[in-house]
Design a binder for this molecule. Sequence first.
Ligand code: F6P
Length: 539
Amino acid sequence: MLKSINPSGTQSWKELRNHFGDMEFVQMQKLFEKDSQRAKHMNIKWDEFLLDYSKNKVTSETLSLLFKLAKEVGLQDAIKAMFDGVKINATEGRSVLHTALRNFSDIKSIEIEGEDILLDIKGTRKRIKDFTEKVLNGEYLSATGEKFTDVINIGIGGSDLGPKMVVNALVNYRNNLGVHYISNVDDDYLHSVLKQLNPATTLVLIVSKTFTTQETIENAKRIKSWIERELVGKDFNKHFIGVSASVEEAEKFGLYKDNIYPMWDYVGGRFSLWSAVGLSVSLAVGYDNFEALLKGAYEMDTHFQSTDFESNLPVVMALLSVWYNNFYGYETEAVVPYSQVLEKFPAHLQQMIMESNGKNKDRSGIPVNYQTGTLIWGEVGVSAQHAFFQLFHQGTKVIPIDFIGFVNPFVEGDSSHDILMSNFFGQSEALLKGKAGEVYESDDSIFLSNFREFSGNKPSNTLLISKLTPKNLGALIALYEHKTFVQGVIWNIYSFDQFGVEYGKVLAKNIQNEIKTKNISKHDSSTEFLLDFYLSNRK
Ligand code: F6P
């Protein structure tokens, strides 16, 4: 169990509050003027990553108080507890060991209450490898004896967002297999995907930890009948692979036992892409690239566990975010990767961060008296510049931004990469420095000049990574996983349950029944009005 320490009651929090009084109106431009070497003092170089966090509203005093806070809330012990398999997900009575899935050390065992889990993890990795190779080299053929041309991954939330994001990000590492993701219950979309595919050569992965998630099961049923119709009398069940913690439910669906891959209760859905949930990744980019992704995450795990807080990427990024969230009152954070293939990265982070830290009770079950989870959003740069950056530059809200960019493009040589990266560097500079209004040679000069004035002083982190490789992508995802964990520890909340979303599933089921029976029970007047309108107009 993690300790329950109210961060707002700690000495460092009080000191941070006082210190905030000095910092609130400090202009970062002035901090840069005072210290011409600021970026040299405020960066972390690790492996192929560089984090420049100098464009933040912090001084060395702010940082040492934030590190003191991390110590006071017992962060080091919490990190150890997570990696040691202590049941830190106390509300669900579970360990949190997604890190074990990518543990490539020569450790012999990882235990939960005396039981080794590593053997099963390694065995599953081997199964993923073998299956991937068999599908790709044509050893595992469809019911009609053909090579599979396409894969559909059916899953939602963590059973969809992570693998989908990775397959998208590693597009340049992909083979010829078409990989498609179905998450929503939306017949129109399902139809649009199926109409491009041949059921005789489509492999279907049904990914669901519980194997009871309605959206996933409904989609799986529809796709099963689509394949069944085409392959009457043939062994169409071999087209279906299950990934689930509930083998029983998966078998009930008709899956062959040998075609079911495990998920474990010590791995939360939003942290599960490192398990067989990532089977679509392995199929799309080959097992070696999948393993490189895992190894990158493992290296970040090692960095997180063993590096002093001062040089620890996830810790520093988490503390900066706490500083803005809890002292400046900045409620949202933007993540802007300057890489088109990372377009799904913000969506993955949204689930990972907001499902984890969207909590209002502390670890004693008492309502918190401070802000917790930040709101995460973002879009790829440069496109984002032409969409919402205006608000960053001249809006009334301050939104700390993570700029993520790569030194080298996938395709070496002459390319537009330098144009992309010029924007990357230019935006964070402009947000920091701002710009005085221009003077015009006209009667309206003052009036016009006002509109062209940018105050600057907008904070950002810059993450510069050598290249978008599977390994670096794995490390990047793990960086945000650990940042999320650190924040949860500081906010004294349980980051690994999700009762709110689960309640949503119950509500939808009840209403679904009412729609089916056309018998609306007692709701608030708005919901009753809406359901009534829906039923009267539904053809
Ligand atoms: O959205 C809630 C949630 O429980 C997520 O945490 C999870 O990733 C998703 O639903 C899907 O659940 P399952 O993998 O059990 O289908």
